[in-house]
Design a protein around this ligand. Sequence first.
Ligand SMILES: *Cc1c(COP(=O)(O)O)cnc(C)c1O
Length: 365
Amino acid sequence: MTFNKTLDAIKTYEAGKPIELVVREFGIAPEDVVKLASNENPFGCSPAVQEAVAAILPKMALYPDDSMYALKGALAERFGVGSREIIIGAGSDQVIEFAIHAKAGSRSKILMNSVTFAMYEIYARHVGASVVRTASREHDFDEFYALYLEHRPSIIFICTPNNPTGDAVDAEALTAFLEKIDADTLVVVDGAYMEYTRYKDSAKAVEPSELIGRFPNVLYLGTFSKAYGLGGMRVGYGIAAEPIIEALYKLRPPFNITTLSLEAAAVALGDEAFVQRSIEHNFDQMKRYEAFAQEYGLETIDSYTNFITLCFEPPRSSTDVAEGLLRRGVIVRDLSGYGLNAIRVTIGKPEENDRFFALAAELLD
Ligand SMILES: *Cc1c(COP(=O)(O)O)cnc(C)c1O
């Protein structure tokens, strides 16, 4: 059978390896597998969420509230924006998909960082758009601006903090850049890890209300999959001026968020103390990774997220290190597919990090 030609250019997204795969392939007991590969919250989610979800299980026969009144209201209050400036997606991934389908086509260009979240390119290929990338590993607004002038892209993606590298731009530098972009170019600011960044350095914290109030062409993205510990629930959101949200709404399938997920996200948003504890723990444990890297002479990238990137020098290869860890039951992300000789490690619980340090030391010695 033949399919749309656009599919030929698409490489299927490779998600972090699930624990079950390591159990099957290497015969390691499930309780001995440590997954530090998908930037999930190692402490799970707020206990209040589990209770609330259990309590609404009897409502499963009914379609969800498609207006998403409660969750949108909670997000609107949190961010100081209007409910009509919010769209909820099955993960912020789905909002990225809507944005690209709404704005780009086969003659469009989409501008993004050299190394960044893989889904931008995959959705770009869905619509046959071409991808333009900067050269630097970290976001460089001079480069972005020069490429913007040269290519006149339909969409610009700014991922801050960036996945898979962890670095973040200064909020002021971002707004200075946005001032120079014409109102018909959609700029997507992906803040999937912004809760961590806000805690570590307020100068790099991007507040959606400030962007949306000022720029009619900016779409801010957030997610419940990372700091809120709800990756399995698939809830993310986009915040933008109403005309953008209205356009994205035309692409949204009805009932795209389940009743359980809507409830989980709204309740998670109400337990800020849980999130703050997770974040404090994250940066405490990250110091151990920085010390480990220093001890073994590995370069790290200053991280504003819940993961850290460890870079290697040839002849040592990140693929071998990731593979060696995997065989011993620790799953990390090899970044060779992104053109980096590096691994990305999600900060885990203390005992999970202990396992990583012990095995990585064995491999690197
Ligand atoms: C994890 C992630 C997302 C989306 O996650 P969802 O689970 O789809 O909400 C978006 N952008 C970046 C940069 C991410 O790391």
